[in-house]
Design a protein around this ligand. Sequence first.
Ligand code: G6P
Length: 370
Amino acid sequence: AAIEKGNFDHFMLKEIHEQPQTIRDSLRGRLLAEQGTITLSGLDKIENQLREANRIVIVACGTSWHAGLVGEYLIEELCRLNVEVEYASEYRYRNPIVSPKDVIIAISQSGETADTLVALENAKQQGATIFGIVNVVGSSIARISHAGAYTHAGPEIGVASTKAFTAQLAVLQLIALKLAEIRGTISRELFGVLLSELNEVPDKVQWILDNQVNHIQNIARQYKDARDFLYLGRGYNFPIALEGALKLKEISYIHAEGYPAAEMKHGPIALVDEMLPVVFVATKDAYHEKIVSNIQEIIARKGKVVAVVSEGDDTVTGLAETVMVVPRAHEIVAPLLAVIPLQLLAYYIGVERGLDVDKPRNLAKSVTVE
Ligand code: G6P
């Protein structure tokens, strides 16, 4: 049957609103919070390779590459295992060093991205183990992988990826937690805490959709004529800053740049003036004090600060021009929440500018040629 937009103006908006359900679908049957277990049959298949792996290499493009960056932080922190994240297009051509002890994690919504596919074929030939995190069942990347985990986000029609991204993050969370359990690098207690945190994500995403949409629409009206945007974040929220900037670029054609918040001093700060909206991904985490001082630095230069904050964060709320609120959560699952307001902001700015958000110019849903 043809996929319909239902009551939504665009597929992108529909897919944003589907996320409580699609994240639940990604976790279903895998995360059993009450029993305190994670089951991922794909990981079991390559358990020996994972035990012996020297490192994990994550290969992807676009939004999927941003999910990979979150995966790097997760796996390094929880599993104490070396992780590298590669753009498939670079990895495939630069004659990378691949060993049979490498586990390659491919991330792809479509499972058909040409650069990712060929990068994997090359690594497979050199003996690496390939694990696919793919949305489209039976796609080329799913087929050439030794094992994998489908994201179960359902068909994504909007060219700008939203629900496929959060499904990728959910699966990466499961992988990092399961692998930490296999490798014995996580305490029972933390494992239990993170399982229930992850289990609560769908309801928290629903809270954002129920409480922030109108407000974000107003923010979009206020900032729709900006020429540039800067997106800043630290730690787990750094890739979310990149993803927020990418969404805005794709949908609104406004130039946007994502940066690690501290790195802004090495360049982007030169752009800050009263015309520049700076979006901070500033949920409560170990970096919070640091990001507050980054916010102060932007305000001192008259930049307009828009911040994604955790509920009850009076400090950043007091400093910023406006805030988008997400429920409090452990920093490890926070990216799954923080990205939602940024998807909505990009969507509504695109709509305010009268653009075809489901089919942005020059972009393809799946890049199957080089
Ligand atoms: C295109 C799409 C993006 C996507 C990227 C990677 O650029 O427009 O939304 O993130 O390809 O696609 P994949 O299907 O491999 O995740």
